[in-house]
Design a protein around this ligand. Structure first.
Ligand code: ADP
Ligand code: MG
Length: 245
């Protein structure tokens, strides 16, 4: 029997009031694969990715994550959220908590881990993102690149089977982009299932199994990075990609 995909969206439609933001979006993410979503500002990329862990709700179509169909049932939403890590453009760390406490809060309250166990797990992931020496610092004392690596470590502490990234490097100064992308590449190499909204096409080339181009709330084109970068089939994709270079 073929394995169920990690994420499956079938004809998803969403409205903000009367404004339709997603039009029949379908997407399949196989376990262990990486999908990069790109497209102009306002095309619905954040909305789409936020629907996957139900930070936003869709009105029509199906979203199935790790075999769980997303409906209004709270227990299902909690289950999906606990298996899906999310990294945002603006890090969203708790400013009044140390780096270590940022990484242990959900572990203790959601996973019910002891402080000792949560601390050990947090330190292991802070090592993994190469920033253990900042454990007792506050987010405001860190550079943007360091904060984003903490945000990745914080998500990993919950042992997610899927990681969602929403433009994780677009708020960073150029010299900090690489340290965050390197962390993401290493996650990809370890086989993490990832959906990344990003315009970092070098990253897409290196790790993506599929690149999805969105515009106006629709999937315009999807293909392997090789194919979409060398010969986009739609004029809109071509124009968008040529502006990135
Ligand atoms: P992207 O991430 O591709 O820039 P978004 O998903 O953030 O796109 O937004 C898609 C469209 O939906 C935009 O036109 C935006 O203004 C609109 N939008 C986003 N969030 C909301 C909201 N909470 N309420 C109303 N409109 C929204
Ligand atoms: Mg966005």
């Amino acid at each position: 029997m073929p394995e169920m995909p990690a994420i499956r969206l079938v004809n998803v439609n969403k409205w903000y009031g009367t404004f339709q933001v997603l039009h029949d979006v379908s997407l399949t993410v196989e376990r262990g694969s990486r999908v990069v979503i790109c497209g102009p500002s306002g095309s619905g990329k954040s909305t789409l990715i936020r629907c996957i862990n139900r930070l936003e709700t869709h009105q029509r179509g199906d979203i199935i994550v790790n075999r769980v169909e997303l409906t209004d049932q709270l227990s299902k939403i909690d289950r999906v959220r606990s298996e899906v890590g999310m990294v945002f453009q603006h890090f969203n760390l708790f400013p009044h908590l140390t780096v270590l406490d940022n990484c242990t809060l959900a572990q203790r309250w959601v996973r019910k881990r002891s402080r000792k166990e949560a601390d050990e797990i947090a330190m292991a992931f802070l090592e993994r993102v190469r920033i253990p020496e900042k454990a007792q610092r506050y987010p405001g004392e860190l550079s943007g690149g360091q904060q984003q690596r903490v945000a990745i470590a914080r998500a990993l502490c919950m042992n997610p089977s899927i990681m969602l990234f929403d433009e994780p490097t677009s708020a960073l100064d150029p010299e900090m982009v690489k340290e965050v992308l390197d962390t993401m590449v290493s996650l990809a190499e370890d086989g993490m299932t990832m959906v990344c909204v990003t315009h970092e096409m070098g990253f897409a080339r290196q790790v993506a199994n599929e690149v999805v181009f969105m515009d106006g709330g629709k999937v315009i084109e999807r293909n392997t990075p090789e194919a979409i970068f060398s010969a986009p089939s739609k004029e809109r994709t071509k124009r968008f990609l040529s502006n990135l270079l």
